[in-house]
Design a protein around this ligand. Structure first.
Ligand code: GLU
Length: 476
């Protein structure tokens, strides 16, 4: 083991695609059209920093324009390269189709270690990158809408939005050119935690189906399930924190860049997160066992493994040693095509990335709609809803006071019933519904077809089917 050659990330995604199309009846021309990446733009630009010009390399890859705008994050990492952005943009096409976000797939990346620069330098670099992309319509509210990804967040999205607005002063929809913006810069409530929240909702839906739980060799609910999380970044942190605080899951392992923490009794996710924020890693955290070779902890016995950082972390070298029953891919592409096969043979159930991390782009979709409609969700109807509920409440109250019986409304009923939904509640409701619907569409294929044995191939079948339908509808 270990010596066997692993395909590149791009090839790995194509292998997964091929496994699905082999079960479909698409004309070969259409199959090829869907699979290929339409275009990848490479930009090299210089920024004067610390007295000298530094040259940066960035990419924006558009995988499929069957729907526009195309959508996908911008990643800041030293590992960014053409193969990676193309793989990630292909995943965006299939992900958007699966969660019914009406977008084509794209992805961007800048080859940079953001920790090496201060805030002002990062702003200069980001604005210049945004300028290069925007002047070629590779950032555009109706054509190409980026979002955060690894190494970027609200701050970078705010700079990008502002840069676009400066270049397009009369565009009334300028704010819709990018999603994941801060709430006070045109963002939407619930976007920061959306991917992590989506992972939680995905698991809720999985645990609603006893047949599926049994397939993973598990039983019961999320309560008490032993979870290992790899990467406590934005996605991993929110997923772990919601699962522990709201569902009673026990986070027994957290893997980070500099090692891992293990505690069979359950780690305090908030405390570990705070420690990482102030110390840059898990090293030195006192309330758990520290394991220097973090990758080892991927292999420990647990119920649910959540890879939430990089692609390819579960590969030919370690797949056979994975002991988890269920893997939920919060990251994009954490399991290589070769590892996927090994894990399938072992009977491990994998909830695939296309679906598992689709919560991010789902709430991005809501943000984009909010920006285009220029009004926050719930603003028109919230008080009217409350007024109607008040009517019902008053009537119930009147009736109950007239009757002789002990029939009384419970004390918090009034408050709970009256309250109209605010934007955050609406976002959560939309996200929950999306995750349930997407899971059910995969599940129908998983259990409904003899030739489909796993959720990943089911996800690809659904997604590719929808992309093919949209091409056919256009007469292509
Ligand atoms: N970068 C995220 C992803 O991989 C979000 C993309 C988006 O919101 O457009 O899904």
């Amino acid at each position: 083991m270990g010596q066997t050659k692993e395909p590149s990330f791009r090839q790995s995604v194509d292998l997964m695609f091929n496994r699905a199309v082999a079960l479909m009846d698409l004309p070969p021309g259409l199959e090829e059209k869907i699979k290929v990446c339409n275009a990848t733009y490479t930009v090299r630009f210089g920024v004067r920093l610390r007295g000298q010009i530094q040259t940066f390399t960035g990419y924006r890859s558009v995988h499929s324009e069957h729907m526009e705008p195309v959508k996908g994050g911008i990643r800041y990492s030293m590992g960014v390269n053409q193969d990676e952005v193309e793989a990630l943009s292909a995943l965006m096409t299939y992900k958007c189709a699966l969660v019914e976000a009406p977008f084509g797939g794209a992805k961007g990346g800048l080859c940079i270690d953001p920790r090496q620069y201060d805030e002002h330098e990062l702003e200069q670099i980001t604005r210049r990158f945004a300028y290069e992309l925007a002047k070629r319509d590779l950032i555009h509210p109706s054509q190409n809408v980026p979002a955060p990804d690894m190494g970027t967040g609200e701050r970078e999205m705010a700079w990008i939005a502002d840069q676009y607005a400066r270049m397009n002063t009369t565009d009334i929809n300028a704010r819709a050119c990018v999603t994941g913006k801060p709430l006070h810069g045109g963002g939407i409530a619930g976007r920061v935690e959306a991917t992590g929240r989506g992972v939680q909702y995905a698991l809720h839906e999985f645990f609603r189906h006893p047949e599926d739980i049994a397939q993973a060799g598990l039983q019961g609910t999320l309560d008490g399930k032993r979870v290992v999380v790899q990467g406590l970044g934005n996605v991993g942190y929110h997923a772990a924190s919601f699962l522990a605080a709201e569902d009673g899951a026990k986070v027994i392992g957290i893997i980070e860049r500099d090692g891992a923490l293990v505690d069979e009794g359950g780690l305090d996710v908030e405390a570990v997160h705070n420690w990482i924020s102030s110390h840059g890693g898990v090293t030195g955290y006192a309330d758990a066992t520290y394991v220097e070779d973090g990758a080892q902890v991927l292999e420990i016995d647990c119920d649910i493994l959540i890879p939430a950082a990089l692609e390819g972390v579960i590969n030919l070298t370690n797949a056979a040693n994975i002991s988890a029953n269920l893997i939920i891919e919060a990251a994009n592409g954490p399991v290589t095509a070769g590892a996927d096969e090994i894990l399938r043979d072992k009977g491990v159930v994998i909830i695939p990335d296309l679906f598992a991390n689709g919560g991010g782009v789902t709430v991005s979709y809501f943000e984009w709609v909010k920006n285009l409609s220029h009004i926050r969700f719930g603003r028109m109807q919230r008080r009217q809803e409350e007024a109607r509920h008040q009517l019902v409440f008053d009537e119930l109250d009147r009736l109950s006071s007239q009757t002789e019986s002990d029939w009384r409304l419970s004390p918090d009923f009034k408050q709970n019933y009256l309250r109209g939904a605010d934007e955050l509640e609406l976002v959560r409701s939309g996200l929950d519904d999306t995750m349930r619907a997407a899971y059910q569409s995969m599940r129908e294929v998983w259990h409904g077809r003899e030739d489909v044995g796993d959720l990943r191939v089911a996800a690809y079948l659904v997604a590719i089917g929808r992309v093919a339908d949209s091409y056919r509808a256009k007469g292509l």
